[in-house]
Design a protein around this ligand. Structure first.
Ligand SMILES: C[S@@+](CC[C@H](N)C(=O)[O-])C[C@H]1O[C@@H](n2cnc3c(N)ncnc32)[C@H](O)[C@@H]1O
Length: 268
């Protein structure tokens, strides 16, 4: 009876305008976890909806998909690097996470890949629109760029762009917590996401870092919040990361930028 009730609630959430673009697996996992915790269907739905609101994170901004696809097609047809970069910039600037990185793009990936070595394969975990900044990464088009997100609209736009760019369309709708990627890669990116995973379930951030088959994992944390005030989100999670490093024999290094800090986990 309870299973039936949970299934019905999950179906209702999945069918809603807000959540129909989100992986069903994510919706069901969040709901089931909250029911397990609260043992009360009403409370479980209420808390699950709050958590899904943060996962969906519509408030961070999204582009007009139809318009930006047309703009991308036109820029690629013109084979004009400046125009292509302009359109990509306008797309990833629609999302706060990437917009906050705009001012860093000149040095960001150079500094990261100086540390990791130039990757031939990447997993961008919970990527949102970050793959649209490919032209600022200084990578060859032969790179295997896996981009994972629970939001199918992001994934669709990423694959549309990757195909125009001549990259393999390796965007995939996947919940990186409940279904960790299995592709072995040189570098995994977990940008501005660790604390969101921890909000979903305590320990989920470390689980994702542990489970991703990558030699290096780059975990970024904002050092300024959405209203440009100093914030120390890493401080809330550093002890846990250090505990993981000790347990799994990882090395931790730190790269600091103007408004972001990146923890570099070396597994090998
Ligand atoms: C705060 S944004 C991070 C954006 C990106 N990493 C960046 O820094 O530009 C959160 C993104 O993670 C996605 N997401 C949330 N939970 C996820 C999960 N468990 N697996 C995959 N994607 C997830 C959301 O759909 C959203 O696009």
């Amino acid at each position: 009876m309870t299973d039936e009730k949970l299934k019905k609630i999950a179906e209702k959430i999945e069918a809603s305008k807000k959540y129909r673009v989100i992986s069903k697996e994510t919706i069901r996992d969040v709901l089931a976890t909250e029911f397990e915790r609260h043992k009360n269907i009403k409370i479980a739905e209420e808390v699950a909806r709050k958590k899904l609101h943060r996962i969906r994170a519509e408030y961070l901004g999204e582009p007009n998909y139809k318009k930006v696809k047309e703009a991308l097609s036109a820029a690629f047809q013109a084979k004009d690097d400046k125009a292509i970069r302009g359109v990509c910039w306008s797309i990833f600037s629609k999302h706060s996470s990437t917009r906050e990185r705009n001012q860093l793009l000149g040095e960001y990936y150079g500094k990261l890949f100086d540390f990791t070595g130039t990757p031939e394969s990447i997993s961008d975990l919970a990527s949102a629109l970050n793959p649209l900044s490919f032209r600022w990464m200084g990578l060859e088009r032969s790179v295997k760029y896996h981009a994972y997100d629970v939001n199918e609209q992001f994934v669709d736009l990423i694959n549309f762009y990757f195909s125009l760019e001549g990259l393999e369309p390796l965007g995939e709708q996947r919940d990186v917590y409940t279904s960790p990627p299995t592709e072995k890669v040189d570098v995994a990116l977990l940008f501005k996401m660790y604390y969101c995973l921890e909000h979903r379930a305590t320990g989920a951030g470390l689980e994702v870092v542990k489970n991703v088959p990558a030699n290096k994992v780059l975990i970024s944390f904002p050092t300024l919040n959405l209203v440009a005030k100093k914030t120390d989100i890493l401080g809330n999670h550093e002890a846990e990361l250090k505990r993981g490093a000790k347990l799994y024999n990882w090395e931790l290094d730190y790269l600091t930028f103007q408004n972001e800090i990146v923890v570099c986990v070396s597994k090998s």
